[in-house]
Design a protein around this ligand. Structure first.
Ligand SMILES: [Zn+2]
Length: 429
């Protein structure tokens, strides 16, 4: 079958997206042993963890009016796991199933997420047809047999129908819009990151449905300046998460550069701001159906309020927010920045940083989109208006080569540190 969604760059690298597993599972009983596996040759830091939804806290999903499974005596399609989602499911023929994806509300950013498991008593080929209610498909399907390594699944697009043939067997396979990175993944990742270091993981507060929102901190003894890193406001934006992990690992690594950097700057990472949306497999929103990245003016949601309160508290204690990065995904790799003449300090700081990234990565086209949207309620604008500093929205393309995402993250994190430590005058071009 031919891939009709624009995913050519994803084909090869995705075959190698293997998440190694060695994370401790402290507060989970009867944890099965996890085998260790790492095929990434360019990975200087191994921080990854199992994608195992059974560890998800047992908070119920939001009410769903749709069937979350298609179950008959031979075949079972189900989405009753963390980050699972398929909305309406129907058997339409002997080995044929139809799935309709439904957004949590409308209007909504076009980001139809799905994740479901397929299993059968006898090995059998089934045909799955997926449609999106009131929208079009965005993500070409991926398949995983172990929840860790993912490959592109063959499919055809016929009009608005995405059709795929899947071999169902007693071993369940997972089919999803992107690699599944659920709430537990973040906990395990952070546990590993903070296990042998002075970095701390703690709970910032609880989400709308009572899930913990975690923060990771590195505190410098003699500095009051902070770099803030945010992620996963929008649940389906997996490539943003795939960039955040290596970016943070680089900042908090044991390199000489990192050690020096962490003596001069404090780092606050809130990698998963929307755990309810992640758990439910939402397209965009938190549990109240709100787009969190439109809530940084009004703070109507507990998730954004928690972070604002925490940052304001830091400032009250004499701390200074120096820079912020918010990780997302969109169709292409883009860095949304504040304009150099917006009036924040170190006017050319982001240009210097990303300009150097562009010079050091000749095969990667660094696209900067300066913009100023005072009433939109996005985090980037909030940081600039509240704290008078630069902030960016770091967007990776949905289909960007996964190894490339890592390379960009390592490079950009290293150059960021050098830039923040240098004596260059960022008030001048
Ligand atoms: Zn986003």
């Amino acid at each position: 079958m031919k891939n009709a969604l624009n995913s050519s760059t994803l084909l090869l690298p995705l075959l190698l997206v293997i998440f190694s597993c060695s994370a401790p599972q402290k507060n989970v009983e009867k944890t099965p042993p996890i085998s260790s596996e790492n095929t990434q040759s360019d990975t200087s830091v191994t921080v990854a963890s199992p994608l195992n939804e059974q560890f998800e806290p047992t908070v119920p999903k939001g009410p769903s009016v749709f069937s979350q499974s298609c179950h008959n005596s031979e075949v079972k399609l189900s989405s009753d796991f963390a980050a699972g989602r398929m909305d309406k499911c129907k058997r339409t023929g002997k080995n044929e199933y139809s799935i309709t994806l439904v957004p949590e509300n409308t209007p909504i950013n076009s980001s139809p997420w799905y994740a479901f498991k397929v299993q059968a008593e006898q090995t059998t080929d089934i045909i799955i047809t997926m449609t999106v209610q009131g929208d079009k498909h965005r993500y070409p399907p991926k398949i995983s047999r172990d929840g860790k390594s993912w490959q592109l699944q063959d499919y055809q697009l016929k009009g608005d129908h995405l059709i795929m043939k899947v071999q169902a067997s007693s071993q369940p396979v997972t089919i999803a819009a992107q690699e599944i990175i659920n709430n537990q993944y973040y906990v395990d990742w952070a546990a590993e990151l903070t296990a042998q270091s002075a970095f701390t993981q703690s709970i910032l507060g609880s989400s709308t449905q009572g899930r913990p929102i975690y923060k990771i901190e590195s505190r410098a003894e003699n500095s009051n300046e902070w770099v803030v890193i945010l992620g996963r406001q929008h649940p389906p934006e997996i490539t943003g998460a795939l960039a955040l992990f290596p970016f943070v690992e680089t900042l908090l690594s044991n390199s000489e550069l990192s050690k020096y950097f962490l003596r001069k700057y404090n780092v606050l990472v809130i990698p998963n701001i929307n755990p309810d949306g992640v758990h439910a497999g939402n397209w965009r929103s938190n549990a109240n159906g709100k787009d969190l990245n439109r809530d940084w003016n009004d703070f109507t949601q507990i998730e954004t309020r928690l972070i604002n309160d925490y940052l304001q508290g830091l400032v009250t204690q004499g701390q200074k927010i120096k820079f912020a990065i918010d990780f997302h995904s969109t169709k292409k790799d883009i860095f949304y920045t504040m304009p150099v003449d917006y009036g924040v300090e170190s006017s050319y700081f982001v240009r210097h940083w990303l300009g150097e990234l562009d010079r050091q990565m000749p095969n990667f086209d660094v696209v900067l989109r300066p913009g100023n949207n005072p009433n939109l309620g996005v985090s980037k604008q909030y940081f600039s208006d509240q704290f008078g500093v630069h902030a960016i929205t770091y967007e990776m393309g949905d289909n960007t080569d996964r190894t490339k995402i890592k390379r960009i993250a390592y490079k950009s994190a290293n150059i960021l540190m050098i830039n923040m430590l240098s004596d260059v005058d960022h008030e001048k071009e």
